[in-house]
Write a protein that binds this ligand. Sequence first.
Ligand SMILES: Cc1cc2nc3c(=O)[nH]c(=O)nc-3n(C[C@H](O)[C@H](O)[C@H](O)COP(=O)(O)O)c2cc1C
Length: 307
Amino acid sequence: MGAEPVDMRVSLGPLQLKNPVVAASGTYGYGEEYAELVDPSLLGGIVVKGLSLKPREGNPPPRIVETPCGMLNAIGLANCGLDRFLAEKVPLLDNLDTAVIVNIYGHSTAEYGDLAEALRGVDAVDALEVNISCPNVECGGLAFGTDPLAAARVTESVVRHADKPVIVKLSPNVTDIRVIARAVEAAGADALSLINTLTGMAVDVASRRPLLGNVSGGLSGPAIKPVALYMLYQTVRAVHIPVMGMGGIMGARDALEFLITGATALQVGTAHFVDPRASIEIVAGIELYCRDHGIRRVADLSGTLVV
Ligand SMILES: Cc1cc2nc3c(=O)[nH]c(=O)nc-3n(C[C@H](O)[C@H](O)[C@H](O)COP(=O)(O)O)c2cc1C
């Protein structure tokens, strides 16, 4: 009986994943960077680095600082822009045997729609993740992610132009995440993902300067897990669409907490900087847990929290 295979497939609305573990945007490049170390086809999917219409250089260095229980980054959404993405990255992504989700962000509602339009018909791309939650750039979307009306407008614009499932990525830098989640759901999102990083900073006492070139950055990793888990708990009770949970998932036990709390799927980010195999091992750990607990379908584990 213990040898029964576990059905690891999950559905995020119209998007089918072979398992619930997805590499988070900005922490897994375009898949190719890790290909020599790990086989991306073992993952449910990968979310590629945030894409904008025009290339972006990002923020001045230093852009990454380690803190006692997490990391601060202020990359500033550096990326190659739409044209090079289509010419150079899409052919590589086409070869990957896993779901490819493209994380998009714009400076205006129209720009988000333009990106969705430009990705129409691109077969290598399975879904869009709309970043309305980056805290590290002036117009990086957070302005859209903290105002329910603006969040709804961006979502509508992407949904109107896209021919793929639309996942909207929410910010924790808000008073009540449920208000934004409901607005985005009403605007037609197929799924939500949360959380993006929490705004933070660190100071060098010798120079008395901020350690990040940008002064502040986004905090990720173990430090944010309890916050992420609680926001997931609140969100899954507020909406009817599926939710991907993330924030400080470093191992299978963390991942199981998110699934039990109600996530349909998970994203793993910072853990890749500690161990590039982290997400693959999380897939194996979830499967083992299901086997040990007689759970045939991982989807049955979602939302089994007893309160
Ligand atoms: C170096 C780095 C770059 C990131 N870049 C992006 C990005 O381009 N778009 C985005 O939506 N989130 C980005 N994120 C946020 C992650 O996708 C994720 O939401 C966050 O790190 C929380 O998960 P974690 O604690 O597992 O890392 C980035 C995070 C890090 C650490």
